[in-house]
Design a protein around this ligand. Structure first.
Ligand code: APR
Length: 229
């Protein structure tokens, strides 16, 4: 099967009711990003950061995968699909996608601050953490999120996936945050690239097809183009 590599951003979850970051009224209009989502912000005021992620977990509980997430699962009928997501929600997993690589962490997970290999998945009845929360070893925990000013551990694996792509699809990202935004340039010469976004960023790449639609409509269009290769 041909490898179909998909890079997703907040836009794919917009129609599930999760706000994006940089659209009008987005998360970074509402919250000071460097206070709630940066390493320095977490060191300065961990309680504020814990409550920011507690709030986002609560909101996620009422969100479901939309037709775009489900469409990417459908493409597994014809392709070896690997999703690289900048999103911290679990909607790709909930849609049943087999291969999901999170670049910026996972909202429903926290990890020990003493041993970062100790990662814990929170449950709907146990969503909230604070600076006082302790794991079973008595260690404090933090959101399993890549804060701004922190390295992106999965970027190397993500770049390897893009290098192997027979087709690359980009959905719902403003392509302003690196290193994620630089992944496109790992695609082999001649690889067809599809970019689904109602307000697409300017990309100067060959073999680019822009589908200026919302994710649900764009993925439906993509399936008609790519099904039964
Ligand atoms: N369908 C598809 N795309 C949409 C939709 C929709 N219904 N609504 C908005 N979009 C597009 C916007 O046009 C924009 O290009 O989604 C993109 C959202 O961009 P951002 O809000 O910047 O989100 P993203 O690109 O995922 O941000 C990257 O920045 O703050 C960090 O860690 C955070 O992972 C995030 C990273």
């Amino acid at each position: 099967m041909k490898k179909l590599i998909v890079l997703t951003g907040a836009g794919i979850s917009a129609e599930s009711g999760i706000s994006t970051f940089r659209d009008a009224g987005g998360l970074w209009d509402e919250y000071p990003v460097m206070e709630v989502a940066s390493h320095d912000g977490f060191m300065r005021n961990p309680a504020l950061v814990h409550s920011f992620y507690n709030q986002r977990r609560k909101e996620l509980l009422s969100c479901r995968p939309n037709a775009a997430h489900l469409g990417l699962k459908e493409l597994e009928k014809w392709y070896d699909v690997h999703i690289i997501t900048q999103n911290v929600d679990d909607l790709h997993e909930k849609a049943g996608s087999a291969n999901v690589l999170h670049l910026h962490g996972e909202l429903m997970k926290v990890r020990s601050m003493r041993d970062e290999s100790r990662v814990y998945t929170l449950t709907p009845d146990n969503l909230e953490t604070s600076p006082e929360t302790r794991d079973k070893y008595g260690d404090p925990v933090r959101p399993h999120i890549v804060f701004f000013q922190e390295p992106v551990p999965n970027i190397t694996a993500a770049a390897e996936l893009v290098k192997q792509a027979d087709i690359l699809v980009v959905i719902g990202t403003s392509l302003v945050v690196y290193p994620a935004a630089g992944l496109l340039y790992y695609a082999r010469r001649g690889t067809p690239i599809y970019y689904i976004d109602p307000k697409p960023a300017e990309i100067d790449m060959p073999n680019l097809t822009v589908i200026p639609e919302k994710a649900t409509e764009g993925v439906a269009r993509l399936i008609t183009l790519l099904q039964n290769p």
